[in-house]
Design a protein around this ligand. Structure first.
Ligand SMILES: Nc1ncnc2c1ncn2[C@@H]1O[C@H](COP(=O)(O)OP(=O)(O)O)[C@@H](O)[C@H]1O
Ligand SMILES: [Mg+2]
Length: 278
């Protein structure tokens, strides 16, 4: 990973650019729990005994070098491996104390409760309005007459309404990259999920669009639980409350962002955040 001097300054010192006091884990009971979760792509094991509790109404950042299993773990939470040939797992992932793998689990309903935003903005080739209305229509969440309000609310929550309120009939794909990513966030929020999974949501965006998304995440955590995979350690330090460090399929360290970045307990975490590998 290419680290700038500013990265090293931020992760190497306690003067993180945020003023709110550190959050006690007890203030945030877990919404998601992973218990000895292991995962294989055919013969290749990608995750080893991952255990952690993701606190509610907080931002949890998952960091680590490329290929260490961050995306595999995130996709597991949303059961996106269901159709991957040869994929299998052991262990458990619980949402509000209930296994997401329990027989009879309605996967569409699960994905309504756990929304996902991908690395590259992927709006549907449909009008902005229909992108956001898609989930509520699919899940029959609201009567048709309530859809416009719901769409507006989701676009406002995603800090996009002011930019698209007069462009609702234009294709989502006609928006700028940063707007497209906020549209994808609005599309997820329209389902009123509990959890929002985000896999490097800013990696395709410019610094200004990135800053808008970061500000948005801090606002959204009041209502939602956010799990954010990022390769950008400055971003993790800036926005997250908790951080998990993945290394070759192992969750090596998990704690408050303050602790992980200033007093890592594992030497591999320290090597990574100080830029000695990755
Ligand atoms: N569809 C797949 N089939 C086989 N192996 C995969 C697949 N997707 C990812 N992997 C492997 O799983 C490991 C973890 O990958 P990934 O979860 O994408 O890591 P990260 O998101 O941390 O970069 C890597 O070794 C990767 O090559
Ligand atoms: Mg990845």
């Amino acid at each position: 990973m290419n680290q700038t001097a500013a990265d090293r300054r931020i992760v190497g010192s306690a003067d993180r650019p945020r003023n709110d006091p550190p959050i006690r884990p007890s203030a945030h009971p877990p919404v998601l729990e992973s218990k000895s979760y292991s995962f294989w792509y055919g013969p290749t094991q990608a995750l080893y005994d991952v255990s952690c509790a993701i606190p509610r109404n907080a931002i949890t950042a998952l960091i680590g070098p490329s290929g260490c299993g961050k995306t595999t773990f995130l996709r597991s939470i949303n059961r996106l491996h269901d159709l991957t040939p040869g994929a299998r797992h052991q262990g458990e992932i619980l949402l509000d104390g209930v296994s997401i793998f329990a027989p009879g689990t309605d996967v569409v309903a699960l994905r309504r409760r756990i929304g996902m935003v991908f690395q590259r903005p992927n709006p549907f080739p449909k009008p902005v309005y229909d992108n956001v209305a898609y989930g509520p229509r699919l899940n029959a969440l609201a009567p048709a007459r309530e859809l416009p309000d719901r769409v507006e609310r989701a676009l406002r929550q995603a800090a996009l309404w002011d930019e698209v309120s007069d462009r609702l009939r234009e294709p989502g794909t006609a928006l700028s990259g940063g707007q497209q990513q906020r549209l994808c966030i609005a599309r997820a929020l329209a389902n009123e999920p509990e959890v929002l999974l985000m896999d490097e949501p800013c990696s395709a965006l410019d610094p200004i669009a990135t800053q808008r998304i970061e500000e948005l995440l801090v606002e959204l955590k009041k209502t939602y639980t956010i799990v954010l995979v990022t390769h950008n350690m400055q971003q993790a330090a800036r926005v997250s409350d908790y951080t998990g460090f993945f290394y070759v399929g192992h969750l090596v360290e998990f704690g408050t962002t303050q602790q992980v970045f200033t007093r890592p307990t594992d030497e591999r975490t320290e090597a990574y955040i100080t830029g000695r590998f990755g």
